[in-house]
Ligand binder design. Structure first.
Ligand code: WT7
Length: 631
């Protein structure tokens, strides 16, 4: 495809053009996609509302771009390779023609069960092919998908279903993850006790446990699919119609539904995939994320398929049946591009080099990292043991809100440097801001990372609450999209992402608001108040450290710890479990009642000698108690 950049010189030239004339640049890129009706205007925007429209007036369907347009030239090419949790179970492959058929069938099952354009459909499923079918089926008929990671609890699922008023849930009976079997349908049943909007539940059988269906509400996919045709026309969508909602945590309250729209998301997901991974026609691409996160949306489903690529989807976990599984799968399917998270790299590194040494990894050409800062030790291990020092490591910085990769090397084109994401992709204009919100233009500086010009796949709104979108991203610094990250620019202008500067912690590449975890802990009847901070964790990047005040002194601290952990599991899911719980009699608060998290962070980081000024505290004595009791 001709939007492919093939040298660093070309990157520099195109970057310059993209900044000088963004509309001409993106019109050229968009011209490589198929549109049912051309746009009237490439871009209309202001960051005050915010109000952002890309390709206004255009009509398209993203699944025609992912599927139909490949049928003539790539009908028999593999679109999807599915690798099951258990290496002894057979993998499954789908050509573009087969995937097209599966998507049309799933779309017809949705339609048969009352789904129309604009309806929201929640997908709560493990990593099986039907999750990809259902995602694309929604897009096919103009329904809005909201994929919820199947590790979230019933409560978290219910919150997300209710927030966007989903009419349908697609799920499975159960799932296999490593040695565990997870009762997925049971979680859905529990969640739906409180969700009035859901009229139908479509159950795909994965574990064949013979789960019970609720009369009038639940249907089995394997029965429904017999009743529909293989043919489903693609719904014409406006470029700015909603494509999907994806929930993510912020520094305050409940998770918010990030909204992405059809045209711009398509253009940027396709463009960034091709360039960052330097995908060639016969390559096999593997992104290890779950489709429940933005990484899976953009780089398992949409980005690869938009480029006619072969994408691999893996049901299992990196350590099952042993810590060599990733590498075994790379060799088994001759993977050319491999994309994973630093937390996975660190855990496999800790498991010992012998797990990677026995695999050739000859097919690999580009290896990628995403989700959190990759520390130098992990970067080098990845480069040496996985990339064998011949594959560029692309450290890709982006967010749920950005829809696609924003800062990264483009495969081998572009310098790479440990722990540095590098340079922005064409069309992306990052800046560093100081405390006063002024741009810092020099190099060798640190600041708040913001973006000063729109890009096609940027967040449009937060579902049902546009003010929240404005307040979270566009109000701190007027005229900029604020990322919430701090970053450093080195002497060559390369970016190094330092981490969040707000009350968000990044645990194994998953984002949580400290307030969100505190709310979960406070749901425990024994808890009066709590405060949560992140601390450096060797594998997870950040661990969760909770300071908890009990209503009355517990009889057994360990039991209460276990109970609080269980409460968090129920409220959010096992991924949000606190690593450490310290019981305290009070929290360091200012006279206005604000918790001084800086102090709690220092104690959690094991640096109680660096607390700084504590004189403005209401009760400075509490600090001594907290320092003494630190875990
Ligand atoms: C936050 C976004 C984007 C998909 C996965 C996470 C952190 C992401 C990097 C990177 C350093 C990174 C940032 C960002 N982050 N990629 N390459 N280097 N930090 O998506 O849940 O929306 O989280 O992840 O802090 O703001 P997300």
């Amino acid at each position: 495809m001709s939007y492919r950049i093939t040298s660093f010189d070309q990157y520099e030239k195109e970057y310059k053009e993209s900044v000088e004339n963004p509309e001409a640049f993106w019109a050229e890129v968009a011209g490589h996609f198929s549109w049912q009706k051309p746009w009237e205007k490439v871009l209309e925007w202001n960051f005050d509302q915010p109000d952002i429209k890309w390709f206004k007036g255009a009509k398209l369907n993203i699944t025609e771009n992912c599927l139909d347009r490949h049928l003539a030239s790539r009908g028999n090419k593999l679109a999807l390779i599915w690798e099951p949790n258990d290496p002894k179970e057979r993998f499954i492959r789908y050509t573009y023609r087969e995937l097209h058929q599966k998507v049309c069938q799933m779309a017809n099952v949705m339609k048969r069960n009352g789904i129309q354009k604009g309806d929201r459909v929640c997908l709560y499923m493990p990593m099986i092919p039907e999750l990809m079918f259902a995602t694309l089926a929604c897009a096919r008929i103009g329904a809005v998908h909201s994929v919820v990671f199947a590790g979230f609890s019933a409560q978290a699922l219910a919150d997300r279903i209710t927030d966007s008023n989903c009419k349908m849930v697609v799920t499975t009976d159960g799932s296999y993850r490593g040695a565990k079997e997870v009762p997925i349908k049971r979680v859905v049943d529990e969640a739906l006790e409180d969700c009035e909007s859901v009229q139908k539940v479509v159950v795909v059988e994965r574990t064949n446990w013979g789960v019970a269906l609720q009369e009038g509400r639940d249907v089995f996919y394997h029965e429904e699919v017999k009743l529909v045709s293989d043919d489903c026309p693609a719904e014409p969508m406006d470029a700015e119609d909603m494509l999907f909602i994806l929930y993510t945590s912020g520094s305050t309250g409940k998770p918010k539904g990030v909204v992405h729209t059809c045209g711009g998301y398509m253009v940027y997901a396709g463009y960034s995939f091709q360039n960052v991974f330097q995908y060639d026609e016969s390559d096999i691409f593997w992104c290890t994320a779950d489709i429940g996160w933005i990484t899976g949306h953009s780089y398992i489903v949409y980005g690869p398929l938009l480029n006619g690529a072969t994408t691999l989807m893996f049901e299992g976990v990196p350590t099952y049946p042993d810590a060599g599984r990733f590498w075994q799968v790379c060799d088994k399917h001759s993977v050319n591009q491999f994309y994973t998270a630093p937390t996975a790299i660190r855990s496999l590194m800790a498991a010992g080099d012998e797990h990677v040494m026995s695999y050739s990894l000859n097919s690999l050409r580009v290896i990628g990292s995403v989700g959190e800062p990759i520390n130098e030790e992990a970067w080098h291990w990845y480069n040496i043991h996985v990339g064998k020092e011949r594959c560029p490591v692309v450290d890709t910085w982006w967010q749920t809100e950005t829809g696609g990769i924003m800062i990264s090397a483009l495969g081998e084109h572009g310098p790479t440097k440990p722990s540095h994401a590098g340079y922005p992709l064409p069309g992306v204009q990052p800046v560093l801001l100081n405390n006063e919100g002024k741009e810092i233009t020099e190099n060798e500086v640190e600041g708040y990372l913001a973006i000063k010009f729109p890009w096609p796949s940027m967040i449009r709104t937060t579902y049902g609450d546009h003010d929240r979108c404005r307040n979270t991203y566009f109000s701190h610094y007027k005229g900029y999209y604020f990322t919430g990250d701090g970053a450093r620019r080195d002497e060559h202008g390369m970016y190094r992402i330092i981490g969040r500067v707000d009350d968000v912690i990044n645990v194994s590449g998953h984002r949580f608001g400290t307030a969100e975890i505190e709310n979960a802990i406070n749901a425990d009847p024994h808890v009066a108040e709590s405060a949560v901070v992140g601390y450096p964790h060797a594998i997870k990047g950040q661990g969760i450290y909770a300071y908890v005040i009990c209503k009355k002194s517990p009889d057994n601290f360990d039991n209460l710890r276990a109970e609080i952990t269980e409460t968090v599991k129920q409220q959010i899911g096992p991924i949000a479990k606190p690593d450490k719980i310290q019981f305290v009699s009070g929290l360091p608060k200012t006279r206005s009642g604000k918790i001084m998290r800086r102090i709690l962070r220092k104690v959690a980081e094991g640096e109680p000698d660096k607390l700084g000024d504590t004189s403005t505290l209401l009760d400075p004595k509490i600090v001594e108690e907290i320092v003494e009791g630190a875990l």
